[in-house]
Design a protein around this ligand. Structure first.
Ligand SMILES: Nc1nc2c(ncn2[C@@H]2O[C@H](COP(=O)(O)OP(=O)(O)OP(=O)(O)O)[C@@H](O)[C@H]2O)c(=O)[nH]1
Length: 727
């Protein structure tokens, strides 16, 4: 019943009582009618025998069969009478009509008898005694009408016979059956009527409910135009109004949301393609347009020109007027430049104080004129800030886009290189790119690296490697030391590019901060997994290289601290490597930076020591733990006595200052032996263990951590051993 729909339930509730009442009434009505029928049959039987008995008196006394036969024939004609018999006192049958079923019913006691259901033929039997009446002579002669004589004048005196009749139940049974059928018919009629009424009633309730259910389903599917007719009454009407109100409110908030989403999408797509400060298209969008222009140059032989503009000495405005002053200058110049470029050209802000103009369908001569006009415009312009006036210059590089042009990246790097050449020539002038210009070629290559590095960061194509730094003379040292190294996967994701290929360009184009952050974040992620899986294990040391640019980056210290907290990496496990040159060039900043991180427990290594300024005096000011002897000396120390002496000197002074020494570039057994003779603390190089993807550090790193490393002191096995542990 629980699974019945609302209509089924309503019909059931309406019909069940009606059916029960109809059944009870039917049974009651039928049974009372049947008992009435039986009673009336019995009354009639009694009445007939009572009338027949006195009427038979004379015939019985006289023995006149004819009279008696007339009486029985007359009685037989009465309805339902099937047999009539008259007997004398001795039981002799005097007259009989019809066919008897049972004979000789007792009637001696003087009373009328009913014998129910005689035999199997469904008859009722009745008998009544026949008495001889004693009539007074006075009475016979009296003139009084006979019906006025008193009953007392007729005295029953003598039992002289009996009358028996049988009444057939056939008609009664037939009537009973008819009654039952009538009752059944009336009950069914009543039930059908109730069912129709209940159906109509249930329709009145269920139709609006089904409409509501339908509406709710549609709303659930997102059809918010649903409208339910509000033609019901009572609570259903309230529900209908509620659903309609809900749908219309949902629709209006949906429309509102859609508008907001469209607005946000439009805003996002605008932000994705525009520079927020100037409102010009940004570098990404400019590159897309450049790509289209290149396509048309190749397919339709068109010529376009890219004009690359870089403001001169913009830093001075920034430094004098502050960043907001610099921003204002950029905005004002944008308005000036925008007013002068042709409608079909694209003016974009490519970065800091760099702009690009894509001059479509334009000859080099026209482009040179336009570039000159823009240069003049900027030169004539005066930026006024806080009552101070500034003159600004602009250097431009022009590159022709034709069917020989390679790619967007190469065109952009050529334009940048040309602009750089204009700066080299004294700024505020225009340089036209010539493919044969070797200085421009070098600069171009570097520029291409800028694009490649940016893409590699975006596409997560940088990878971390680790190389073991093995202890040489520290007896019983069990914890391991690894240097984490950076590699870049090329665009096809097939070749691994070493850092020396891209780091110089990254340094020159101020990209090291981003790279350092990437390395720290990703190294800590890997290390947090190692620590998580080896809680309480040996404290290994992981060295991470930092660039000089990051040391001068204000937010970098905070970034590292946050990374320690977020990734749950212990500073005790981390050693930062800073090149000697970077540390010395930013001495005070570097020293402060190191002190802050040492407070947390980090250690520091001075990398490539000996290659740069090599002033031991600076060492006193830098709180370093390790001196990493430049590999250039280590590599050839077996053949070059000067290199040997350099290694020895650096090691000796380092030890005197309480620092541990690390020799890198150990590529032969001889060098390893010599380092041990000198007493260098650690060695790193391909002969000991080549860099391997950091993914192999775990679980192999954990295995190594549990291993005795004295084998490094065994020259016969060391190289192969450590390498094999990684593989
Ligand atoms: N105000 C402001 N300055 C910016 C913005 N983006 C970058 N810069 C600064 O712009 C300067 C651009 O560097 P450079 O082009 O090397 O500086 P420059 O003084 O123009 O040097 P040259 O191009 O060699 O003449 C840097 O100082 C950046 O900090 C910016 O959105 N607003």
């Amino acid at each position: 019943m629980n699974k019945w729909g609302i209509k089924g339930k309503i019909l059931f509730l309406a019909l069940m009582p009606a059916a029960a009442i109809a059944l009870l009434l039917g049974v009651h009505f039928t049974s009372s009618r049947i008992s009435d029928l039986e009673q009336s049959l019995e009354n009639r039987g009694n009445a007939i025998v009572r009338q027949l008995a006195p009427a038979s008196e004379y015939g019985v006394i006289s023995g006149n069969h004819e009279i008696l036969q007339n009486l029985t024939d007359a009685a037989l004609r009465e309805a339902d009478v099937s047999a009539v018999s008259i007997y004398n006192i001795s039981g002799t049958l005097l007259a009989e009509s019809g066919t008897r079923v049972e004979r000789q019913l007792s009637a001696e006691n003087g009373k009328t008898h009913k014998i129910a259901s005689v035999g199997s033929t469904n008859v009722l039997g009745f008998s009544a005694p026949v008495y001889q009446s004693e009539i007074k002579v006075d009475d016979l002669i009296s003139d009084m009408p006979s019906d006025s004589k008193s009953a007392d004048s007729i005295q029953p005196r003598k039992f002289i016979g009996k009358v028996e009749i049988e009444l057939s139940l056939k008609n009664t049974i037939k009537r009973k059956n008819e009654l039952l059928l009538e009752t059944l018919f009336i009950t069914l009629l009543g039930l059908v009527g109730s069912a129709m009424l209940a159906y109509r009633m249930s329709q009145g309730v269920t139709v609006p409910i089904y409409r509501l259910v339908d509406a709710v389903k549609k709303i659930g599917k997102g059809d918010l135009d649903v409208k339910v007719p509000e033609d019901s009454g009572g609570e259903l009407k309230v529900l209908e109004q509620g659903i309609n109100t809900m749908a219309s409110r949902l629709k209006s908030s949906h429309v509102h949301m859609q508008e907001k989403i469209l607005e946000a999408t439009a805003k996002l797509s605008y932000q994705a393609s525009h520079d927020m400060l100037t409102g010009l298209v940004n570098r990404r969008e400019f590159e897309c347009r450049l790509a289209r222009a290149l396509e048309s140059a190749k397919s339709h032989g068109r010529t376009h020109v890219l004009c690359y503009l870089d403001l001169d000495q913009f830093k001075i405005v920034n430094d004098t007027c502050g960043h907001s002053g610099g921003d204002e200058l950029l905005r004002q110049l944008t308005i000036l430049l925008h007013a002068k470029v042709r409608e079909r050209d694209t003016l974009a802000r490519l970065g800091g104080d760099e702009f690009g103009v894509l001059l479509e369908n334009c000859s080099l001569e026209t482009a040179r004129d336009i570039a000159e006009m823009l240069r003049q415009l900027v030169q004539d312009y005066r930026f006024v800030w806080n009552n101070k006036s500034f003159a600004v210059g602009v250097s431009s590089g022009l590159v022709v886009l034709n069917d020989e042009s390679e790619s967007v990246a190469s065109v952009l790097s050529a334009a940048d290189a040309a602009c750089y050449a204009a700066k080299d020539r004294g700024r505020n002038c225009i340089h036209i790119y010539q493919p044969a210009d070797s200085e421009l070629l070098r600069r171009r290559e570097e520029m291409q690296w800028v694009t490649r590095i940016t893409r590699a960061l975006e596409e997560n194509r940088f990878m971390l490697y680790a190389q073991i730094i093995a202890p040489l003379c520290i007896q019983g040292e069990k914890s391991l030391h690894f240097e984490i190294l950076l590699r870049m996967l090329d665009e096809n994701e097939t070749e691994t590019i070493l850092p020396m290929a891209f780091i110089p360009a990254a340094e020159r184009y101020n990209m090291m901060k981003n790279i350092d952050r990437w390395v720290i974040s990703n190294s800590f992620t890997v290390l947090s997994n190692v620590f998580e899986n080896k809680p309480g294990g040996l404290i290994n040391t992981y060295s991470i290289n930092l660039s000089g640019a990051s040391l001068g980056d204000e937010g970098f210290l905070e970034f590292i601290t946050q990374q320690f907290e977020q990734k749950k990496v212990s500073p005790l496990n981390i050693c930062f490597e800073i090149t000697e040159t970077a540390a010395i060039l930013n001495l005070s900043v570097a020293a402060e930076f190191m002190r802050e991180l040492k407070k947390l427990g980090c250690r520091f290594s001075l990398d490539d020591f000996g290659s740069g300024l090599s002033s031991f005096g600076y060492l006193k000011n830098l709180p370093v733990d390790y001196l990493k002897i430049d590999g250039a000396f280590v590599k050839d120390m077996a053949d070059d006595p000067i290199d040997f002496a350099m290694v020895q000197s650096i090691h000796n002074i380092g030890h005197v200052m309480g620092l541990q020494t690390i020799a890198e570039f150990v590529e032969s057994e001889t060098v390893l032996k010599m380092l041990k003779v000198i007493g260098v603390d650690y060695a790193q190089g391909n002969w000991i263990g080549a860099p391997q993807p950091i993914s192999k550090l775990y679980p192999s790193g954990v295995y190594l951590a549990d291993t005795d490393l004295t084998h490094v002191n065994n020259p016969d096995t060391s190289g192969g051993y450590l390498s094999s542990q990684f593989n």
